[in-house]
Design a protein around this ligand. Structure first.
Ligand SMILES: [Zn+2]
Length: 376
């Protein structure tokens, strides 16, 4: 097995051990191959046993939306993915799994096995410890961890992401003392409004396009609120889709309710607060496996838009203002919406996630992220 795959397999095994709270001693990084093989065998065995146990519990479960079903589905996927790494046949899938593992490892930036080990030791007595790597202080922030969990759950192709551009704008990572807006690059006359309380995941963009159009220097930053499947569809199309377009999957794009009829246009906003309005970005329910809380999640695409190719206008959604005040303290409501029908002038460079905890609901409630999966 080549070096990289060996490393990925080890990292993945460690990630699964912590994710599924297995009672296992994680070997040090410099442990021999044979020690790692013993560890990996034991990890696989424990995962299988866990699956059998869950199947037994599920026999008594009648609610198809119960968290156990979701847990079981995730566990099965992890087992399958690990087997794919073991078999070393499906190169393409191995590549995808590797990138996901690396993405996760990168997100646990200071991730090292000794730390996890000590965390596991400390928490041996406590059954309630969940994913210690995510909870450890070395991990950037808990909000980021939750957003990562949601994105992981979306299960989008890892090739789409550019983790080096991930950025969290939660209160801890982007404190209130920092400015609400910043100056664009030279040549970009549009203000950049900080998406406070959102986590941005970098998306890869086409380098040729970026160079030809000097996208990083000149294009404006805007936001487009949407549903996960529509977002993924547009990212895969590599361009915006307008009402009336026939999509890759053969369906015809219609104007969503609440929008002006007959208007074939694509709407964005320089402020994420407007783009995240419910008409654009329908909230999803999401139950975290990390803290077991129920959240409403919103998804907004961050766009780069060619200057001078869009109309700046006031809001087109009725009664959507927030308590009669402006959406943004920098952009007046009369300029809150950007409208375009030019396909090549918008690209997507970020996936923004916002989570809001639904009071103190936990797993015991039947509200579950299944609502999201049903929309796929
Ligand atoms: Zn943060």
């Amino acid at each position: 097995m080549d070096n990289k795959l060996t490393k990925i397999r080890r990292t993945f095994a460690i990630q699964l051990t912590t994710k599924h709270k297995l009672k296992l001693h994680i070997p040090n990084n410099d442990s021999s191959d044979s020690i790692f093989e013993i560890f990996i065998n034991e990890m696989s065995k424990q995962l299988h046993n866990k699956l059998i146990k869950q199947d037994e519990q599920l026999l008594k479960e009648t609610n198809r939306n119960s968290p156990l079903f979701i847990q079981r589905k995730q566990l099965q996927k992890d087992i399958d993915d690990f087997q794919i790494l073991n078999k070393r046949q499906d190169v393409r899938t191995i590549q995808q799994i590797s990138e996901r593992v690396e993405h996760m490892a990168m997100f646990n930036r200071k991730y090292d096995t000794t730390q996890i080990e000590s965390l596991l030791q400390t928490n041996k007595q406590s059954q309630s410890i969940i994913i210690p790597t995510m909870k450890s202080t070395s991990v950037s922030c808990p909000y980021r961890a939750l957003c990562c969990e949601l994105v992981d759950r979306l299960n989008w192709p890892s090739e789409l992401f550019a983790p080096e551009y991930d950025r969290c704008f939660c209160k801890t990572c982007y404190p209130i003392t920092l400015p609400n807006a910043c100056q664009g690059n030279i040549g970009n006359k549009y203000p950049i409004i900080i998406p406070r309380n959102w986590m941005k995941f970098g998306l890869k963009i086409d380098e040729v396009q970026a160079k030809i159009h000097q996208i990083w220097d000149k294009w404006a930053i805007s936001y487009h609120g949407t549903l996960p499947n529509a977002a993924l569809s547009m990212i895969k199309h590599r361009q915006i889709c307008l009402p009336g377009d026939t999509l890759l999957d053969g369906t015809k794009l219609i104007i969503r309710p609440g929008h002006i009829n007959g208007q074939k246009a694509f709407f964005t906003s320089p402020t994420i607060r407007y783009a995240a309005q419910n008409h654009y970005s329908t909230p999803l329910e999401f139950t975290s496996q990390i803290d077991k809380y129920v959240y409403t999640a919103k998804i907004v695409l961050r766009c780069r838009q060619m200057p001078g190719t869009f109309t700046i206008q006031g809001e087109t959604l009725n009664n959507s203002q927030i308590n009669g005040t402006d959406f943004c303290d920098i952009i007046p409501d009369e300029q809150i919406e950007w409208k375009t029908d030019k396909r090549g002038t918008v690209i997507f460079d970020g996936l923004c996630i916002r989570l809001k905890r639904v009071s103190n609901q936990t797993f015991n409630n039947n509200t579950i992220d299944q609502t999201y999966f049903n929309q796929k």
